[in-house]
Design a protein around this ligand. Structure first.
Ligand code: NAD
Ligand code: LMR
Ligand code: MN
Length: 546
């Protein structure tokens, strides 16, 4: 393009990190060469927000609402986050889960703009560095959310379309914790796709070949990690929605080398633990006494089991005894040491057939619940409706307040609905769901349903890590983050939720960030000197204003 075509003024209006639109003052308009390029009135950000919110409300469907918000995001980040700050609980399900799932499924049809994302192609490892540089465009990147989209939520492989989850996660980071939106970068690793629907779609925008696996895949991932290390030395690298066979491998390979975490393994682990701790503060129970069934022992299910086990060990239970309290159920049924096709993560939690009189019958969730009488049942199976009335009522016959978290996302994949769980257990179940759930009115009591979604934790976790310049994300930090939510919910109220409401996301993300940063400093993991942790967190916080 000729230099003259892109004027400085157009640059300003088209750059979402600096654009103010109708809020550019007359002085700024004169200075920047914007005279006559905007209507006469100079608006305040509040006026812009009011106008945009009214327009938002006129949109009917979730996807239309999301589209509208994405356009605003593309045009003016400050205004977008100002507006989102006013409506966090309302916008979360639109920019993030569950509507983000629809946008991923329809990415080709409704494609608008890459929203400053970096698209890496497995076919061009030589372009990794240039791609990251181009996308960063000189910005000081502190946070990358990267996905290869092999396991998007519970919907499987969505190829390049999955970039929307990286974008959505980052939007939540800023809205919740206040990371500067100019310091983040969403990254798509396009390793191909095994999704037949996408492969046969003439509109599909990603690489049209099967997923590349093995050394070529891991070498590419390594090339990406090494490039981010040299380009962005202050980076926190967040992995999202990788497939079951890669997620844990990648985390294990890099977690002791760079500042990194996997959200599906660790973000989910700490939000579920926080939810269980919330439930136990209602029942006055102890973590050491729980018996846990995880239904769906994949990336999230095993991550959750490890986080709960870590907590049991911190409570003084020996590792050997703690392991006995976990019962992982996957497609094969209860996982035994002789079960075929176990993943490395599953192998840590198997049982011996000799422990049961009817081991060979333990191939269904129903049979396992009867056999082990769990106090906690977690769903990360991607199998909708599998927490049936029979299973739930059976569980409730062994334990006074069953803790039941159906976590598979999006909405259509949840193992159960909150209202059913409350009704089937006559109000006894302590419930949290993966997507937002309305209050449940039952026999004159209002039950608030916590959202056990990693979005409650990762923004505070990540922000605390970045603000404290931590060189690592370790078990101690994760444990502290889980405990940070304790005391926020009034657990004495009848029908209290096990986790704080998303309406308070910004407040408790701040609390989590401070607790995380303190842990970093206590462990001397900070790369830069920090004398006042609260101040370090406060100084890093970005607020949307002109
Ligand atoms: N709420 C949250 O914060 C949160 C976080 C992470 C994942 N999740 C949800 O959890 C689900 C799983 O995610 P993941 O990343 O662990 O995926 P994954 O593919 O790694 O794991 C899913 C597991 O479920 C198993 N499974 C499939 N069908 C089954 C069946 N009929 N019976 C028993 N097990 C079965 C699979 O074999 C696999 O091990 C997804 O729906 C995802 O959205 C929720
Ligand atoms: O994206 C979400 O809503 C949570 C989680 O990371 C998931 O994969 O389901
Ligand atoms: Mn995820």
């Amino acid at each position: 393009m000729e230099e003259s075509i892109m004027t400085k003024a157009q640059d300003m209006l088209n750059n979402p990190f600096v654009n103010k639109g109708t809020a550019f003052t007359m002085e700024e308009r004169r200075e920047l060469g914007l005279v006559g390029m905007l209507p006469a009135q100079v608006q305040t950000i509040e006026e812009q927000a009011t106008q945009n919110y009214a327009q938002y409300l006129s949109k009917e469907s979730g996807l239309e609402k999301r589209h509208f918000l994405m356009e605003l995001f593309n045009e003016n980040r400050t205004l977008f986050f100002y507006l989102m700050g006013q409506h966090v609980a309302e916008f979360m399900p639109v920019v993030y889960d569950p509507v983000v799932a629809d946008s991923i499924e329809q990415y080709n049809e409704i494609y608008v703009n890459p929203q400053n994302a970096a698209f890496l192609s497995i076919d061009h490892p030589e372009d990794i560095e240039a791609t990251l540089k181009n996308a960063a465009a000189g910005r000081d990147i502190r946070l990358v959310v990267v996905t290869d989209a092999e396991g998007i939520l519970g919907m499987g492989d969505w190829g390049v379309n999955g970039v929307d989850i990286a974008i959505g996660k980052l939007m939540v980071y800023t809205a919740a914790a206040g990371i500067d939106p100019s310091q983040v970068l969403p990254v798509s690793i396009d390793a191909g796709t095994n999704n037949e629907t996408l492969m046969n779609d003439p509109l599909y925008l990603g690489n049209k070949h099967a997923r590349v696996t093995g050394d070529k895949y891991y070498d590419f991932v390594d090339g990406f990690v090494q490039s981010t290390k040299s380009l962005f030395p202050e980076l926190l690298l967040h992995w999202e929605d990788f497939g079951r066979s890669n997620a844990a491998n990648i985390l294990e390979k890099y977690q002791n080398d760079i500042t990194t975490f996997n959200d599906d393994i660790q973000g989910t682990g700490i939000v579920v633990l926080a939810g269980i701790l919330g439930a136990l503060s209602i029942t006055k129970g102890s973590i050491a006494d729980q018996t846990i069934v995880t239904y769906g022992a994949g990336t999230a299910g095993v991550g959750i089991a490890n986080q709960i086990m870590d907590e049991m060990k911190r409570a003084g239970v020996s590792e050997e005894d703690a392991r006995k309290r976990f019962f992982l159920v996957d497609k094969q049924g209860l996982l035994f040491d002789d079960t075929e096709d176990l993943t490395p993560g599953q192998k840590e939690f198997t049982h011996k057939r000799s422990e049961f009189a009817n081991a060979d019958e333990l191939t269904t969730l129903e049979a396992v619940v009867t056999a082990v009488q769990p106090t906690v049942m977690i769903g990360t199976s991607t199998q909708p409706g599998t927490f049936t009335k029979e299973i739930v009522q059976d569980m409730a016959s062994y334990v006074e307040r069953p803790i039941i978290f159906p976590l598979s996302n999006p909405t259509k994949l949840a193992e159960a609905k909150a209202e059913d769980l409350i009704e089937w257990t006559d109000g006894k179940a302590l419930v949290a769901t993966g997507i937002p759930a309305d209050n449940v009115e039952y026999k004159g009591v209002t039950y608030q349903i916590g959202q056990a979604n990693n979005a409650l934790m990762y923004p505070g976790l990540g922000f605390g890590i970045i603000a404290s310049t931590s060189s690592r994300v370790n078990g101690e930090i994760l444990s502290q983050a889980s405990h940070a939510l304790g005391g926020i919910v009034d657990t004495t109220a009848v029908g209290a939720a096990v986790l704080p409401p998303v309406t308070h996301l910004a407040e408790f993300s701040q609390t989590i960030a401070e607790v995380v940063a303190q842990s970093v400093v206590d462990q001397k993991l900070n790369k830069e000197a920090i004398t006042d942790v609260k101040k370090a967190v406060a100084d890093m916080k970005w607020t949307p204003k002109y």
